[in-house]
Design a binder for this molecule. Structure first.
Ligand code: NAG
Ligand code: NAG
Ligand code: NAG
Ligand code: NAG
Length: 302
C-alpha cells in the first residue's frame, strides 16, 4: 500500500508544477482536481463502491475498464496508406463498463465528434477531425503513434478515434469536463483520453504475449481457445475476452478487463477475468496471417 501511495503522490506533484502552461510534448497536461484525489481511499474500482465518492478521481460508474484490441488482416484503406503494424495487434479502445458488465454510451452530446454514430438517436458530426485537435495541442508524437497502432478497418482511422471518444470517453467520469476546473482548454479531454488509451494498450502487448507461448499467426494451423486463454492469463494475470467471427472460427478481437485504482488516466490497472463468454469455438480457431500488402514495419519511440 505504501508503494502505491507514493506513485500517486509523484504523479500528482508533476501535474501541480505543470500548471496551465502550454502543453509540453510528451508530458501529460493534466488532471486538475488534485487535492480532492489525494484524499480519496486507495481502493480499486468495482471492489468497494461504498468508499469511492469522487467521480473525478476514479471511474464511477464504469469501473470495469476494458482495453480492447483487434486482430484485422486488412484495412480496406491500403491505397490511402492505412496499413497494419507488423507484429502487433491494433487498438480498439478503452471502455468504461459498469461493474455488472452493462454500459452507457454517448453520454455527452456536447462532445459528439463521431461522424458515424452507431446509435440512431445521436446526430452525426461534420466538423474538423479529432486529429486536428491533437495537432492543436502540439502532440505530433501521439498522432504518429495512433496512426501506427490505432488503425481502423473500413473507415479512416481518425473517424474511428472520434467514435471511440464520443461513444465511450464521454461516459468515463474521470474525463468529465467539470473535473478540469476553470483551466479547461477545449478538447484537452480528447487528447488526454487518447494518451490514456495508448498507455493502457502498452500494458497488453497481445502479439508478443501470444508469441512468447509459441502462438503466432498461421494460415496452416489452428489453435484452441484454451491455448489463447492460457498464454494471455500467464502473462497478463487474468483471462481476457476473445472474440471470433465466421461462426467462432476466426480470431478477431481481445478485451482485457481491469479494475482501476485512481483515475483512468494515471491510475493502477488490475487485470480481472472477463465477465463475457468468448464467442470463439473451443477448437479449430484460425489466427490468420496478414496479407503482406496490408502491413508495414513500425517502430515506436518508447
Ligand atoms: C470499504 O472501505 C471502507 C472505508 O475505507 C472500509 O471500512 C470497509 O471495510 C471496506 N470494505 C471492504 C469490503 O473492503
Ligand atoms: C455461419 O454458419 C451458418 C450456418 O451454418 C452459415 O449460413 C453462415 O454463412 C456462416 N457464417 C459465416 C460468416 O461463416
Ligand atoms: C464452431 O461453432 C459453431 C457454432 O457455435 C459450429 O456451427 C461450428 O461447426 C463450429 N466449428 C468448429 C470447427 O468446431
Ligand atoms: C492468410 O489468410 C488470410 C485469410 O484468408 C488472408 O487474408 C491472408 O492474405 C493470408 N496471408 C498470407 C500471408 O497468405
Amino acid at each position: 500500500m505504501v508503494a502505491v501511495y507514493s506513485i500517486v503522490v509523484l504523479a500528482v506533484a508533476s501535474t501541480v508544477y505543470a500548471g496551465w502552461a502550454p502543453p509540453v510534448p510528451g508530458l501529460p497536461n493534466t488532471f486538475p482536481n488534485i487535492a480532492a484525489c489525494v484524499d480519496q481511499p486507495l481502493e480499486y474500482s468495482c471492489e468497494n463502491t461504498t468508499t469511492l465518492k469522487n467521480t473525478c478521481c476514479s471511474p464511477t460508474p464504469g469501473g470495469l475498464v476494458l482495453q480492447t484490441q483487434f486482430w484485422d488482416t486488412y484495412t480496406g484503406f491500403e491505397k490511402k496508406g492505412q496499413l497494419l503494424p507488423k507484429d502487433s495487434w491494433t487498438i480498439h479502445g478503452l471502455w468504461p463498463d459498469n461493474c455488472d458488465g452493462s454500459f452507457e454510451q454517448y453520454c455527452d452530446l456536447s462532445r459528439q465528434y463521431d461522424p458515424a454514430p452507431d446509435d440512431k438517436t445521436v446526430p452525426a458530426y461534420h466538423g474538423p477531425g479529432v486529429d486536428t485537435f491533437i495537432k492543436k495541442f502540439g502532440r505530433k508524437d501521439l498522432l504518429d503513434f495512433m496512426n501506427k497502432y490505432w488503425v481502423s478497418q473500413g473507415s479512416p482511422s481518425a473517424s474511428f478515434w472520434a467514435h471511440e471518444f464520443s461513444k465511450h470517453a464521454t461516459c468515463t467520469s474521470t474525463f468529465d469536463v467539470a473535473c478540469y476546473g476553470p483551466g479547461y482548454k477545449k478538447h484537452q479531454d480528447v487528447v488526454d483520453f487518447y494518451d490514456a488509451v495508448v498507455r493502457a494498450f502498452h500494458m497488453f502487448p497481445t502479439w508478443t504475449m501470444l508469441a512468447a507461448s509459441g502462438i503466432t499467426p498461421s494460415n496452416k494451423t489452428t489453435y484452441s481457445l484454451s491455448q489463447f486463454q492460457t498464454a494471455l492469463k500467464a502473462q497478463s494475470g487474468a483471462i481476457p475476452y476473445l472474440g471470433c467471427g465466421h461462426n467462432g472460427t476466426v480470431l478477431q478481437e481481445v478485451w482485457y478487463f481491469n479494475h482501476v485504482s485512481g483515475t483512468e488516466q494515471f491510475g493502477r490497472f488490475k487485470p480481472v477475468d472477463s465477465t463475457t463468454k468468448s464467442s470463439c469455438n473451443a477448437t479449430g480457431i484460425h489466427y490468420y496471417e496478414r496479407s503482406p500488402k496490408s502491413v508495414r514495419e513500425v517502430r515506436d519511440e518508447l
